[in-house]
Design a protein around this ligand. Structure first.
Ligand code: GLN
Length: 481
């Protein structure tokens, strides 16, 4: 490849990285609640209560209520769009100070959380595909699959009637995925909160409602039991105030009244409008990949040399390290580091730290093996020859073995780089707004699964192919040199 081409690609990557860096500070400071800034967890896909608008702002009834209450009560807050289940888990492990996410005030949840006064009535309703004429009641669900969203009231309701009506439950993380499963026909129905589904149906999300809504709990703002009581009080007082001064009504009308926003963009227009958000996500994907690979490389160097070294104890330590971090699935490691450890230890783990730790430890285990394998692939005779010529071990290693080993390792390093880049997408489960999560957020607003997932896939492909090309080019130079 020509040098100019390489520099062009390198430049575009740097620009993307800059975009990622601009979002970095958000992650890094997201958990600092010094002063009076509270971190509030929410869902990513729960229009009209919370969703991202075209300009990348979180909007919706919950978001506007919180904002109006914060202004009224003079506190600052930071939103973390985690997804419903993750937001509730984050509250349990004190990773966030409060949750506002169309969260129903149920007796079970009251054991763990303190709720504000309720601010919106809800209830669960069944949704089916808009072109399904066969399902008319729960009886028609027999032998079929029903999509639900993990950790929600809709899930609990579906579970409570599943045996009676003989259907199987398929759990999803967010509402958009659940709707997609119904639209594609894998599931015949889903259970969702009435105000949300009714709103979605109006926005042409491809579903319809044919049954009556089940009476359910109302929405409230939640904090961990006994914690952040001052925040809860401010929420309640603020809520009373904005109800009195008409703000509450205005907010509801903004989203549910006659002039409420409707989505009717063309497909291409829609993709175009979502590009800035996706590029920002891509920037973050690259940034997290590079930082994690940097640490993974250091980890790999340390443990890799321990593994080929002569000290039995160090060899053992390195082997245990590799076994653990290669053996735990990345998603489990992410949950363990972000939710598990903070809950057990009672401290807050910043998202960026959890994300970097997860990726670096995982990739570090693989890099350790790459380095070990590379060094061991060099014929023992070379070391022996070097030693017999009088070179000390370290010198023989540095001058004879390592330079050859590096050439062997390069293709595996490139491979690991591609894997780590793709693995960043798994961190969307702990709310890192990288490329995949950005895609999910856009789909939650637009319901355009095909177009957006295609765009996201193409973006990953372009970046990965570009990076591999640059790496190939460098590899050729290393070989020649
Ligand atoms: N209201 C439902 C619950 O609290 C669903 C909330 C949501 O999906 N954001 O379980």
């Amino acid at each position: 490849m020509k040098t100019t081409k390489v520099s062009f690609f390198a430049l575009s990557l740097i620009l993307l990285l800059a975009a990622g860096l601009s979002g970095w500070s958000e992650d890094a400071s997201a958990n600092s609640n010094s002063g009076k800034t509270y971190v509030i967890g929410t869902d990513i896909t729960f229009a009209p209560f919370e969703y991202e608008d075209e300009n990348g702002n979180y909007v919706g009834i919950d978001m506007d209520l919180l904002d109006a209450i914060a202004k009224d009560q003079n506190f600052n807050y930071k939103i973390k769009a985690l997804g419903f289940n993750a937001a509730v888990q984050a509250l349990e492990s004190n990773q966030v100070d409060g949750v506002i996410a169309g969260m129903s005030i149920t007796d079970e949840r009251k054991q763990k959380f303190d709720f504000s006064e309720s601010y919106y009535p809800s209830g669960v309703v069944m949704g089916i595909s808009a072109n399904n004429d066969t399902v008319k009641s729960y009886e028609d669900l027999r032998g079929k699959k029903v999509a639900v969203k993990t950790g929600t009231e809709g899930y609990s309701f579906a579970e409570s009637i599943a045996t009676k009506y003989g259907f199987t439950i398929v759990p999803f993380d967010d509402s958009a995925q659940m709707y997609d499963d119904v639209k594609t026909g894998n599931s015949v129905a889903c259970f969702e909160d009435h105000p949300v589904l009714a709103y979605g149906v109006n926005q042409n999300n491809g579903l319809k409602i044919v049954t009556k809504k089940e009476e359910g709990a109302s929405y409230g703002f939640a904090v961990s039991k006994g914690k952040n009581q001052e925040l809860l009080e401010m929420f309640n007082t603020g809520l009373t105030n904005i109800k009195a001064n008409g703000e509450y009504k205005r907010i509801n009308e903004k989203y549910l009244g006659e002039n409420a926003p409707t989505a009717n963009l063309g497909r291409w227009e829609l993709v175009q409008k979502s590009l800035p958000a996706l590029f920002k996500g891509l920037g973050k994907t690259l940034l997290y990949t590079i930082i994690s690979l940097f640490f993974a490389f250091i980890i790999g160097l340390i443990f890799g040399f321990m593994k080929v070294g002569q000290n039995k104890f160090l060899r053992g330590v390195a082997t245990v390290f590799v076994d653990i971090f290669r053996g735990i699935p990345l998603i489990v490691l992410a949950f363990f580091i972000y939710f598990g450890i903070p809950q057990a230890m009672g401290f807050t783990m910043p998202l960026f730290l959890a994300a970097i730790l997860t990726l670096s430890l995982n990739a570090g285990a693989y890099v350790t093996e790459i380095i070990r394998g590379g060094i061991q692939s060099i014929d023992r005779g070379q070391m022996e020859a070097a030693r017999s010529l009088g070179l000390p071990y370290r010198k023989a290693m540095m001058k004879i073995v390592i330079p050859q080993a590096i050439r062997v390792m390069i293709p595996s390093f490139i491979n690991q780089m591609v894997i780590t880049l793709k693995d960043t997408s798994i961190l969307s489960v702990i709310g890192l707004v990288e490329l995949t999560q950005s895609g999910k957020i856009v789909i939650a607003r637009t319901f355009a699964s095909f177009d957006i997932w295609l765009t996201v896939a193409v973006m990953y492909l372009i970046v990965i192919i570009t990076l591999t090309k640059i790496a190939d080019y460098l590899e050729v130079r290393v070989r020649r040199g």
